[in-house]
Design a protein around this ligand. Structure first.
Ligand SMILES: Cc1ncc(COP(=O)(O)O)c(C=O)c1O
Length: 372
């Protein structure tokens, strides 16, 4: 049996006709750059996240960058985040002229460990970016409490957590802003590049809206230096179609994760993901942890099962971010989990048979047993 890591085609097939209509509408109105379809999606996504505003931009990386710029983060500032994330989180900080300062993660959730925060705060610290890794939100209450105490902004990197919840609040809605990627493989994925910032702050909304459009609120009247970071019209229209299905697709991911958990939970030599108390995990990535993962990944590949690793090298150990005093051993939990992660196939359309097959093969390879 073949089990791909991700199957975008299966999802496309299920909404093909609606997508065709949406694309035709954009063509008919020649609304290609920004425009009414982006505005419509912005309204719908703000309602979904229960925030006042959404600003559609060109990618998740731009969402983070413009959110930081909008909050006034710049040269000489420091922003605390995690090393256990996709590089875009740190790049956005660097592109503002600020310095990313990493803290370690919690060994159970793989998210920012709030206990590490205060030691990393100094007078240059301006903001904190918790990353809701794999689809589960970081422990936002203590993070917000520390941020408020030290007058720091909080930018949620919700790129992997569309629709995830923490104590009933939706990802993106707790911090000063929430940033989303709509990269095609995400839980809510565009058919190209796209991203968004959500916020409840009207001034910030206005500023980010201007920053994404060359610093103008009125055409050719430039109040500040901005950039071209507009979402394109096709992506807005397609995202509106897909947003209607997001909750059902997240529920399907949660069912798939539950089945994986049931089948893999008895294997002592591996760690399955933990949904922490008061959280609704949306399993963008279903990552297990094992020792000697390379042999497992290649043995599964031989059986037609495609896996991934998110992410093999933490940011502080990447050439791009290597710095004196930040060598191996700086963030022990991050380094440990990064060396053990294996992301199993996960997408809403994954069948019970496929999950059963993946679990049975893992069982054989890790315990020399077959599933009962
Ligand atoms: C945690 C995280 N932050 C930021 C990004 C950047 O998003 P994009 O690829 O849309 O620029 C991603 C995308 O992979 C991500 O997973």
């Amino acid at each position: 049996m073949k089990v791909p890591f991700l199957d975008l085609k299966a999802q496309y097939e299920s909404i093909k006709d609606e997508v065709a209509v949406a694309i035709q509408q954009v063509l008919d109105r020649t609304a290609f750059a920004g425009g009414p379809f982006v505005a419509q999606f912005e309204k719908e996504f703000a309602a979904f996240c229960k925030t006042h505003y959404t600003i559609g931009v060109g990618s998740g990386t731009e969402a983070l960058w413009l959110a930081l710029l909008g909050l006034g983060v710049g040269q000489g500032d420091e922003v605390i985040t995690v090393s256990d994330t996709f590089i875009a989180t740190a790049e956005a900080i660097s592109y503002c002229g600020a310095k990313p300062v990493f803290v370690d993660v919690d060994e159970k959730t793989y998210n920012m460990n709030p206990d590490m925060l205060e030691a990393a705060i100094n007078p240059r610290t301006k903001a904190i970016i918790p990353v809701h890794l794999f689809g589960q939100m970081a422990d936002m209450d203590p993070i917000m409490e520390i941020a408020r105490k030290h007058k720091l902004f909080v930018i949620e990197d919700a790129s992997q957590a569309h629709g995830a919840e923490y104590k009933g609040k939706i990802a993106g809605s707790i911090g000063d802003t929430g940033c989303f990627s709509f990269y095609p493989g995400k839980n809510l994925g565009a058919y190209g590049e796209a991203g968004a910032v959500v916020t409840n702050n009207a001034d910030l909304d206005e500023k980010i809206r201007m920053l994404r459009d060359h610093g103008q609120a009125k055409k050719y009247y430039h109040a500040m230096i901005g950039w071209n970071a507009r979402m394109d019209g096709f992506q807005g229209a397609i995202l509106s179609v897909k947003l209607k299905y997001l909750t059902a697709w997240n529920e399907a991911r949660r069912r798939n994760a539950k089945l994986y958990n049931e089948l893999l939970g008895t294997i002592d030599s591996l760690v399955i993901p933990l949904e922490s108390f008061n959280n609704k995990h949306v399993y963008h990535i279903y990552a297990i942890r094992v020792q000697h993962r390379d042999s497992l990944i290649s043995a599964l590949a031989e059986k037609g099962i495609q896996c991934g690793i998110h992410y093999p090298i933490p940011l502080h150990m990447q050439n791009a971010y290597k710095a004196p005093g930040l060598g191996e051993g700086s963030f022990p939990v991050t380094e440990k989990v990064a060396s053990e992660f294996v992301s199993l196939p996960m997408f809403p359309e994954l069948s019970k048979e496929q999950i059963g097959y993946v679990a049975a093969e893992i069982m054989k390879l890790t315990c020399g047993k077959t599933l009962g």
